[in-house]
Write a new protein. Structure first.
Ligand SMILES: *Cc1c(COP(=O)(O)O)cnc(C)c1O
Length: 370
């Protein structure tokens, strides 16, 4: 039986193995491992890719969000608006700095933050909103920017799943005041380990983020903030520079697979994600379908050699770590439904036509047991 893993990083890395080995050898020759040539090169090229003035490498995506919040001085007593439907890291960053997350339910068509439900959540304490381009789909930013201007709060993008996604011709990363990226290996642009970055046009913010991630210092042994250690290392930067070169190609391949799924999956029991009007808005980090009776569907697919994943099985408000929000969990019905029914189908660059066809055939043949 044909096997289709949920994700196959070998299919992504094998064709560029020599280049990645070359990147490794370059770092070994220089014997400089943090804050050197490779970091500078990647930061410059990634900022240019996003169309921003600055890029600051971080240790991972969670830190990228956290460092932005710290650098803006957001903390205890401040509120940060955040979609209820997101990966937990977005919310961990908010509570790490002592601020309070204020959840907004998901839009039933896009599964992203429901833009029409934001204004009612704004208070005098609102200091920022984190727009999460979840699944690789750009959030509708225009109304958010308007609200941000009217109520004067910062707009931070969590672009961890959306490298290369565009909104009205502009790149994710360029759509708010500052943006956080993750380069976790499975992301659309992934390192060979943990890595992240902040991009922004704000020179002062960029400098503060760098200082906060470098023990709170602008200059060695001169500590202005109670910072932390969260930096991009040379090896990961060198690998990322190699892979950045392929990002647009890979994203196009992802879109093509998603479009094939959208055109050929026909099963009344499976709800497919709504495609965006402009295909550039989506880079399909994830292809989320909704299924009533998810366990049955997942078992069936696994029995047929198809690996799947769930993004995400439990709403944040129902996690032990956030049990004080448990009481309000039912106020986010769309998020609850997505968490109860979501199944992510395999989708990655290097998937063969045969594998794509097999996923489609299996999903189309699925019949729910009564
Ligand atoms: C992956 C991810 C993060 C966290 O990134 P790490 O590099 O794993 O810390 C944050 N937000 C979203 C939406 C993510 O998918």
């Amino acid at each position: 039986m044909l096997q289709v893993p949920y994700l196959n990083l070998e299919a992504i890395h094998k064709p560029i193995r020599d280049e990645l080995n070359g990147a490794y050898r370059g770092v070994m020759e220089r014997q400089w491992f943090i804050g050197g040539e490779a970091d500078k090169t990647f930061e410059t090229t990634f900022a240019a890719y996003c169309g921003t003035d600055y890029c600051v490498g971080t240790g991972n995506g969670l830190d990228a969000i956290r460092l932005i919040l710290l650098a803006y001085g957001i903390g205890v007593g401040d509120e940060v608006i955040v979609p209820a439907n997101t990966f937990i890291a977005t919310v961990l960053a908010i509570t790490y700095v002592g601020a309070t997350p204020v959840f907004v339910d998901a839009n039933p068509d896009t599964y992203l933050i429901d833009v029409g439900k934001i204004e009612e959540k704004i208070t005098a304490r609102t200091k920022a909103l984190i727009a999460v381009h979840l699944y690789g789909r750009a959030v509708d930013m225009q109304p958010i920017r308007k609200l941000a201007k009217r109520y004067s709060f910062k707009v931070i993008e969590d672009a961890a799943q959306a490298h290369g996604a565009k909104y009205h011709g502009e790149m994710a990363g360029k759509l708010g005041d500052a943006a956080a990226f993750s380069f976790y290996p499975g992301k659309n642009l992934g390192a060979l380990g943990d890595a992240g970055a902040v991009v922004t046009d704000d020179a002062e913010l960029a400098a503060r983020v760098r200082a906060y991630g470098n023990y709170g210092s602008y200059e060695k042994y001169d500590h202005v903030y109670r910072g932390c250690n969260s930096r991009l290392d040379e090896l990961q930067a060198a690998f990322l520079s190699v892979k950045l070169h392929y990002l647009d190609r890979w994203n196009e391949e992802r879109r093509r697979i998603a479009e094939t799924y959208a055109a050929q999956i026909k099963n009344g029991k499976i709800i497919l994600p709504r495609m965006p009007e402009n295909r550039e808005e989506h880079v399909f980090h994830i292809y989320p379908v909704l299924v009533d009776g998810r366990e049955d569907f997942i078992t069936y697919l696994r029995d047929n050699g198809v690996g799947v994943n769930i993004h995400y099985p439990t709403p944040i408000m129902k996690q032990k770590a956030y049990e004080e929000y448990c009481g309000e969990a039912e106020r986010y019905p769309v998020t609850n439904r997505i968490c109860a029914q979501e199944v992510s189908l395999p989708l990655y660059p290097g998937m063969t036509e045969e594998q794509i066809d097999w996923v489609i055939a299996c999903v189309n043949r699925y019949e729910k047991k009564i």
